[in-house]
Ligand binder design. Structure first.
Ligand SMILES: C[S@@+](CC[C@H](N)C(=O)[O-])C[C@H]1O[C@@H](n2cnc3c(N)ncnc32)[C@H](O)[C@@H]1O
Length: 369
């Protein structure tokens, strides 16, 4: 156990020693990584020997060992931790990349069509809004690689990090160790609240659940599939929030919700679930995507569905046409991007206040006005 702890603390010290921490602190984790790197290299920034390191650890590409000579110790430690594989003079990526955000390291899948160790724009949409409360208890539902758990624990909280997928849980544990936060984070493999103590109470419950509205009849990667209106998992989370939230606790979630022709937002299942609960708070709408054949949402969903299941359509255009029709069959005309803050019923501030600052315009970046 001590040897293992040593291994991870050595790795994190080595990140500092070779300057990787400061390099990664300075690189965006949002947006197209290939574009970020291309722009960086074209600008003449980043020393030659660090370029190989970025290709390996930021893009998830394989790199010849000879091009990583100054980083012999680092590569060895990364291989020992299972983050890269050394083979015949090549340092092969395992598909995992490094991210640095709000002072913590997050190992997660490189962008791909069907990620299990997810890290994406919605991860940041929630992570950027977290306000850790030292000494308090946090619960991270649908924790994935653990970005939100890590930020809460680094801020002095003790955290229960719940994730359903075993492989993802292993990366969640690795990330806790890599950041020296495994004493503060308990990773639990399970379905939402099922493995928690029935009388457990948490001061801060956060969630970035599968949230993309996926029309009925479409198969979509599990990490993103929020059901036809995007609220399938969020509804389950909200239903039991009053049981697990401490009396003065707060919940913070991000999500997307589909709306139908002519219906007011009160008809959305998540809004109804909150209205019918003992919870109150705000739902801020920050962006909106209209559903039409080439809208960014339909195109994005079509690309992900196509790459995850390439034999179903002969081209992405065919996927776009079918998926647009499927949305229309569900009467979905648009999708909102929201941030939800909930408390247990406060006699002075009852119900759900919906604050629409989207004016039905897209987000500038995910969950950014
Ligand atoms: C959109 S990802 C978010 C991961 C992480 N919180 C982040 O922001 O990067 C959703 C995660 O929820 C997990 N998940 C889906 N359904 C779940 C459930 N019922 N209980 C626990 N985890 C679940 C998925 O495996 C996936 O890792």
């Amino acid at each position: 156990m001590d040897d293992e702890m040593d291994q991870y603390s050595q790795l994190s010290k080595e990140f500092d020693r070779v300057g990787l921490t400061d390099l990664f602190e300075g690189i965006s984790v949002a947006g197209d990584r290939f574009y970020v790197v291309e722009r960086l290299f074209a600008s003449g920034k980043v020393n030659q020997e660090y370029r190989g390191l970025l290709r390996l650890l930021y893009l998830g590409e394989s790199v010849a060992q000879v091009n990583l000579k100054p980083f012999f110790e680092l590569i060895q430690l990364l291989a020992d931790a299972g983050i890269v594989i050394l083979e015949d003079g090549i340092v092969n990526s395992t598909g995992l990349v490094l991210n640095r955000y709000r002072g913590v390291w997050i190992v997660a899948d490189a962008p791909q069509s069907n990620p299990k160790r997810y890290f994406g724009p919605d991860s940041l949409g929630l992570a950027r809004r977290l306000s850790p409360r030292p000494g308090k208890k946090g619960l991270d539902l649908c924790a994935g690689s653990g970005i939100q758990s890590l930020i809460m624990a680094a801020g002095g909280m003790t955290v229960t990090s719940v994730e359903i997928n075993a492989e993802t849980c292993a990366t969640n544990v690795l990330n806790a160790k890599l950041n020296g936060l495994d004493g503060a984070i308990q990773t639990v493999q399970g379905n939402l609240y099922e493995k928690l103590e029935p009388d457990g109470k948490y001061d801060y419950i956060v969630a970035n659940p599968p949230l993309v509205p996926i029309p009925n009849g479409l198969e979509y990667p599990f990490v993103g599939d929020g059901g036809f209106d995007g609220c399938r998992v969020s509804n389950e989370i909200v239903e039991k929030l009053p049981v697990y939230l401490s009396d003065d606790g707060t919940a913070l979630m991000v999500g997307m919700m589909a709306c139908a022709d002519n219906d007011s937002l009160d008809a959305v299942s998540l809004v109804q679930a909150i209205m019918n609960s003992d919870l109150s708070g705000t739902m801020s709408l920050l962006g909106y995507d209209e559903i039409y054949p080439c809208s960014s949402l339909v195109e994005g969903v079509a690309w992900s569905a196509y790459l995850a299941n390439p034999t179903r359509w002969t081209s992405v255009d065919e996927a776009i046409d079918e998926i647009y029709e499927l949305y229309r069959n569900d009467h979905t005309v648009g999708v909102y991007y929201y941030v939800l803050r909930l408390r247990k019923n406060d006699p002075l501030d009852q119900g759900l206040k919906i604050i629409d600052n989207s004016n039905k315009k897209p987000c500038s970046e995910a969950w950014l006005i």
